[in-house]
Ligand binder design. Structure first.
Ligand code: ADE
Length: 362
């Protein structure tokens, strides 16, 4: 009986020979996309770009990157921003803990390093929000330090190059690829890091068919040779997200809208939001909620439904537009709720994009 041939999983150094690395660098230098963070070797700018690019598409990052650096061009300038201004700059990017960690790290850079970004992988790795990938990306791209930077793009490329069936969500797989990559990193470490990212973001992408006919590594790629490109990389199924029913309230009196500040811990911590409660309230429930705050609704109107997907939770929202009488002032409750001038909402209060379907009414 003919046995199905077991796929040989190659090591990174067997595939990425010095010759293959040269071909990859030459391809990158000729074909790389012109991106704003590729016009600089400033470690601060590279750091900001790498944090923004986590979980966010390149095209979405571009305007945020420019605006953020105009407002906070140095670690010291970032350290001196207050939280409201910082969140306003981040508004719509999501995963706000990234912004909080950037701020904490900028304070550390200012206090411990006199405002200059540190130069070693270990010092960078110790900053808030900087993991193995980000430390490797900053050190290699800004300073050509020969350290690996293995993100989702790079994991996909390496899994295919080596025909590795290891689960790429497993920390052990990432660690093994980092270790195997280390000895093949050339002197041009920054271009090497970016070339692997670029290959994974373009020709060796996740959703579209891999464009192997244009790939500089096609003739050394094990997945290409064995016809496995479409099967790799392997990733275990993620846990399904928890679905939460919520009711969002747009409570306003003309010039002002009711906001609340989220608690300092947990989902969207410290951000402002439209008042919302768990479950789907009916009109009577909405009236009772508004009266409990000491206000009297004149009119309650159901508006559109919306859905928002966070990494672990999915909000299924219904919403009501509630009009208050304009002579209303003073709120009861725990002090979390307040009426904000509509003009101040666009200038000062960052409201997460989970509420995007409703903030457009303001
Ligand atoms: N994704 C993560 N880092 C990146 C970079 N430096 N350029 C393009 N896409 C990226």
């Amino acid at each position: 009986m003919k046995m199905k041939k077991e796929i040989e999983n190659k090591r990174v150094s067997e595939v990425l020979t010095p010759h293959a690395v040269e071909a990859l660098l030459a391809w990158y230098r000729e074909h790389r996309r012109a991106l704003p963070w590729r016009e600089t070797r400033d470690p601060y700018r590279i750091w900001i770009s790498e944090i923004m690019l986590q979980q966010t598409r390149v095209e979405a990052v571009k305007p945020y990157y420019a605006r953020f650096l105009a407002a906070a061009p140095t670690p010291a300038a970032l350290a001196s921003l207050d939280e409201a201004a910082l969140f306003k700059l981040w508004e719509g990017l999501g995963y706000y803990s990234r912004a909080k960690n950037l701020h904490r790290a900028a304070v550390a850079v200012t206090e411990q390093y006199g405002g200059e970004m540190p130069r070693t992988y270990e010092e960078l790795r110790a900053l808030a929000g900087v993991g193995d990938y980000t430390a490797g990306a900053i050190a290699s791209i800004a300073y050509d330090v020969r350290v690996p930077a293995v993100d989702g793009n790079v994991l996909r490329v390496l899994s295919r190059l080596c025909a590795s069936g290891a689960d790429i969500l497993d920390e052990k797989t990432k660690k093994r690829f980092r270790e195997e990559l280390l000895p093949v990193i050339p002197a041009a470490a920054g271009d090497f890091t970016q070339s692997l990212i670029e290959l994974g973001a373009t020709l060796c992408g996740p959703n579209t068919e891999a464009q192997c006919e244009r790939c500089p590594l096609a003739d050394v790629c094990e997945a290409h040779r064995t016809g496995l490109t479409g099967e790799l990389p392997v990733r275990r199924a993620k846990k399904p997200r928890r679905v939460e029913a919520r009711t969002v309230l747009l409570v306003r009196d003309g010039a002002r809208t009711l906001l609340s500040k989220r608690p300092p811990k947990g989902l969207l911590a410290g951000l402002y939001e439209l008042p919302n409660v768990e479950g789907h309230l009916d009109t009577d429930g909405v009236i009772a909620f508004v009266r409990a705050l000491g206000a009297e609704p004149l009119r309650v109107r159901r508006i559109e439904d919306a859905k928002h997907i966070f990494s672990h939770i999915e909000w299924h929202m219904i919403a009501y537009d509630v009009t208050l009488s304009s002579d209303f002032d003073g709120l009861r409750g725990d002090g979390r709720y307040f009426l904000a001038e509509n003009s101040a909402i666009s200038e000062h209060y960052a409201i997460p994009s989970a509420f995007g379907a409703y903030t457009k009414y303001l």
